[in-house]
Design a protein around this ligand. Structure first.
Ligand code: 2PG
Ligand code: MG
Length: 412
């Protein structure tokens, strides 16, 4: 059995032109695992802390390298527990969630390379504790973020993401084709209305002078060019409500609205009457628990109420959300928690509670990193969020899914 031979780390740029880290884990049989780390802009308050890049590079290549060198890389859980204990803090601020995660994921990649198997196969075996079975292979449906606002654009649009979601009945390649066709139709519609088609952090268009209802109208018009909303395609929003919350109110400035919890629910209900919305992420600030319970009660029957900042890929907060019936779907972002093992624990808890799983990128991401695509396939996630079907760091994840499809359905 091979052992971990060396760990090194250096800085690279992410899609926002910010520094991030890339870690290399080398095994003594020569196999290498490489992992770059993404970074959010609209972060949950309780996410694992990212340390400044120079500090992380130093910690990974000295302290962590010393501690993990010689360990058995197949003992993912053991290694992750060591990392967690070495850090010793609840939010990983000592060593940094970014440092720990880069090592944790790179170890898994190194083992899959050493074994000569695909990463999703190895992750699936780790997750289910039994060999990967091709028969159970299930692809996530992409949730395409085609209009950007909030902290991902500077266009005065309060809500962060407006998404088109192909029906789950479509295969992954067809779903990607649908998302791409709608993206192109949307571009034409925006140009026709003399709106600009510059893009935000996740590749969605980010014109000025949009309101939330107007954005949804554009989405619906673009989708209706070739598809039937409510049958072929649906809509979703990541409200990221924390970014316009202040002292008990939600300020939707572009419409001169200042809404309390009840009024914001009414606002959502109005939108639900007009548009085929099946996905509502972070509709309230992450500590506004009563509002979460209320929105789940009102809209949760026909819609995914998705917790992102609310649960930050952490079982502690998910447990509370389950007990208090606040959500029926979760975002999974490994860098919110800091290790693969904790990510698996979170996914397991969500699946036991019959929640839908959405694997997610971050707004600052890299084309080098496609781990979430493999992870989504490995755990049988229903959905994946990787932005619009443009820009290298966004399409890298969709392209990896297409590669996994090709591996499993060769056209010889
Ligand atoms: C989100 C994410 C990804 P960020 O809020 O869901 O879309 O954004 O990475 O900025 O937190
Ligand atoms: Mg979110």
């Amino acid at each position: 059995m091979s052992k971990i031979k060396a760990i090194s780390c250096h800085k690279i740029l992410n899609s926002r032109g910010d520094w991030t880290i890339e870690t290399h884990v080398e095994l003594d049989d020569g196999a290498v695992g490489i992992q770059a780390i993404p970074e959010g802009a609209s972060k949950g308050e309780r996410e694992a802390v990212s340390l400044p890049v120079d500090k992380s590079v130093h910690i990974v290549s000295t302290v962590i390298d010393d501690a993990i060198r010689g360990e058995n890389p197949e003992d993912q859980e053991g290694i992750d527990r060591m990392l967690i204990e070495m850090d010793g803090t609840a939010n990983k601020h000592h060593f940094g969630g970014n440092s720990l995660l880069s090592v944790s994921l790179a170890v898994a990649s190194a083992v899959s390379n050493s074994k000569g198997i695909e990463l999703y196969e190895y992750l699936s075996a780790q997750f289910y504790k039994k060999p990967f079975s091709k028969a159970s292979l299930q692809f996530p449906t992409p949730v395409f973020n085609v209009l950007n606002g909030g902290k991902h654009a500077h266009n005065g649009l309060s809500f962060q993401e407006f998404m088109v979601i192909p029906s789950r009945a479509y295969s992954i390649d067809k779903a990607i084709e649908i998302g791409t066709n709608i993206y192109h139709s949307l571009k034409t519609k925006l140009i026709e209305e003399h709106l600009d088609v510059d893009v935000g952090d996740e590749g969605g268009f980010a014109p000025n002078n949009l309101t939330v209802p107007k954005a949804l109208e554009f989405l619906k018009a673009a989708a209706s060019e070739q598809y039937k909303p409510g049958k072929d395609v649906f809509f979703g929003m990541d409200v990221a409500a924390e970014s316009f919350y202040s002292e008990g109110h939600y300020k939707i400035r572009e419409e001169n609205l200042e809404l309390n919890d009840d009024k914001l629910i009414e606002y959502y209900e109005k939108l639900f009457k007009k548009f085929e919305i099946i996905y509502l992420e972070d509709p309230f600030y992450e500590r506004d628990y009563q509002a979460w319970e209320a929105v789940y009660k009102k809209l949760g029957n026909n819609c995914m109420i998705v917790g992102d900042d609310l649960v930050v890929t952490n079982t502690k907060y998910l447990k509370k959300a389950i007990e208090r019936k606040m959500i029926n779907a979760v975002i999974v972002k490994p860098n919110q928690v800091g290790t693969l093992t904790e990510t698996f624990d979170f996914v397991r808890m969500a699946q036991e509670a019959k929640m839908d799983i959405i694997l997610s990128h971050r707004s600052g991401d890299t084309a080098e990193d496609t781990f979430i695509a493999d992870l989504a396939v490995a755990v049988g996630a229903q959905f994946i969020k990787s932005g619009a079907p443009v820009r290298g760091e966004r399409v890298a994840k969709y392209n990896r899914l297409l590669e996994i499809l090709a591996i499993n359905n060769p056209e010889d």
